[in-house]
Design a protein around this ligand. Structure first.
Ligand code: HSE
Length: 432
């Protein structure tokens, strides 16, 4: 039986999950592939904490560089996270011709071009299934299963924390702050939740997916990012009355006019399968020009799901080594450099608006006139009686309009004295 040596850098939650998974299913992997995965070293600065698994202490080291140099190790698994030392170690491993498996979406989103170039230069595998969608094999779907397709659209719920918060806000009619606090107390949300709730974790994943899908170098500056901090229980309730749910989406689209990439809370109709994705689950819709729509669903984070993705990559790297086909599937293939990013003002979409209007005759007519002045067609309207003696909430769903026109109309509307608070607006995703 052939074997493959594995060095794990970072023995935190996911690292422990990978070790546990390899100990549990190593023989199954060997039976399937003819290659026995062998953990030869685990590097971490903390060698004392209990990870809940039995590990031979002789495997533990604080010297990550020595793990990379070890000639018995062919696959380096980077689970340190961040963009500092992790970047150096990944580059060193690629330069040494080792296969690299990483779960590090921030590293890929911020230093992807440098890492992809190093993988190509040294003809080494750079595998990152665990970076996006946790246990969902979405990277493999894009790199392999759908590789004969031109990707037209990807729409994903890619952050479990946000989806958990939005689900509880809707189901239990609770405000954002309360659900976030409870999620932190229960360990679902980080003590410092900004990366998740402000949309940047989703944006990192969007960059990874868009880069693969379009074969075009994408970076964080190309992504318009809006998180869920401002989403109110009121808007979730009104959206529900109109037949919609609010979800934090990564939206990646390509058409004849160019590419658009955004992360934002949006309304989706409750009939759509993505609307049923609740709590901490993730799902990704991919539309290819040959296959049409495909949908991928599963646990988007957590020790076991992420470990499953990492182990799948280790198996691929092992097969490539044994078959002497490293870099069989390049980390990045430029294939549509001509596709330009669309300017935000040119993006065409539908909108949900919640206006806070003074209760006087003719105000709604004024608002409708301003929308019409920018060629924005109203699809439906819902007006509530004022809940207190304050503003009257008026909810408008529009037909498709250019974002530039929409922003101009909104600026005019919000400048009216009779508009008592800034208008709340979200996009509506129709999946046409
Ligand atoms: N914090 C992320 C989430 C998982 O809540 O989905 C890691 O990307």
């Amino acid at each position: 039986m052939k074997s493959i040596g594995i060095g794990i850098l970072g023995f935190g939650t996911v690292g422990a999950g990978v070790v546990e998974g390899l100990l549990k299913n190593g023989d199954l992997i060997a039976a399937r592939t003819g290659i026995q995965p062998v953990i030869r070293a685990i590097a971490d600065l903390d060698l004392e904490s209990d990870r809940g698994i039995e590990v031979d202490r002789a495997l533990l080291t604080t010297d990550a560089a020595a793990v990379i140099r070890d000639p018995e190790i062919q696959v380096i698994v980077e689970l340190i996270g961040g963009t500092g030392i992790a970047r150096t170690l990944v580059l060193d491993a690629l330069k040494a011709g080792k296969s690299v498996v990483t779960a590090n979406k921030a590293l890929l989103a911020e230093h992807g071009p440098e890492l992809y170039a190093a993988a190509e230069q040294y003809q080494a595998d750079l595998l990152f299934e665990a970076s996006t969608g946790g246990g969902i094999p979405i990277i493999r779907a894009l790199r392999e299963g759908l590789s004969g397709n031109r990707i037209e659209e990807i729409c994903g719920i890619l952050n479990g924390t946000c989806n958990y918060i939005l689900t509880r806000m809707e189901n239990e009619k609770l405000p954002f702050d309360q659900v976030l606090r409870e999620a932190q107390e229960a360990g679902y949300a980080e003590a410092e939740p900004s990366l998740d709730i402000d949309g940047f974790d989703t944006a990192h994943k969007a960059v990874v997916l868009a880069t693969l899908a379009f074969g075009r170098s994408i970076n964080m500056d190309d992504v318009a990012v809006q998180g869920i901090r401002e989403v109110s229980a009121t808007d979730i309730e009104y959206a529900a009355e109109l037949g919609y749910r609010i979800k934090l989406l990564a939206v990646i689209k390509q058409n004849g006019h160019g590419v658009e990439i955004g992360v934002y809370p949006a309304l989706i109709t409750r009939q759509h399968m993505l609307a049923s994705v609740s709590h901490a689950f993730n799902a990704v819709l991919v539309r290819g020009d040959i296959v049409g729509e495909t949908l991928y669903y599963g646990q988007g984070a957590g020790r076991a799901a992420t470990a499953s993705a990492v182990i799948g990559d280790i198996v691929d790297a092992a097969r490539n080594h044994v078959g002497e086909t490293p870099y069989r599937i390049p980390a990045f293939v430029p294939c549509s450099p001509e596709v330009a990013l669309r300017a935000p003002e040119d993006i065409v979409t539908r909108y949900y608006l919640r206006l806070s209007l003074k209760d006087e005759p003719g105000i709604f007519a004024l608002v409708a006139q301003m929308l019409a002045g920018h060629n924005i067609n109203i699809a439906s309207v819902m007006q509530k009686e004022a809940r207190t003696c304050g503003a009257v909430p008026v909810i408008i769903l529009t037909h498709s309009a250019c974002e530039g026109e929409f922003r101009a109309a909104l600026a005019e509307i919000d400048a009216l004295d009779q508009v008592l608070a800034p208008t709340v607006c979200y996009r509506i995703e129709d999946f046409t």
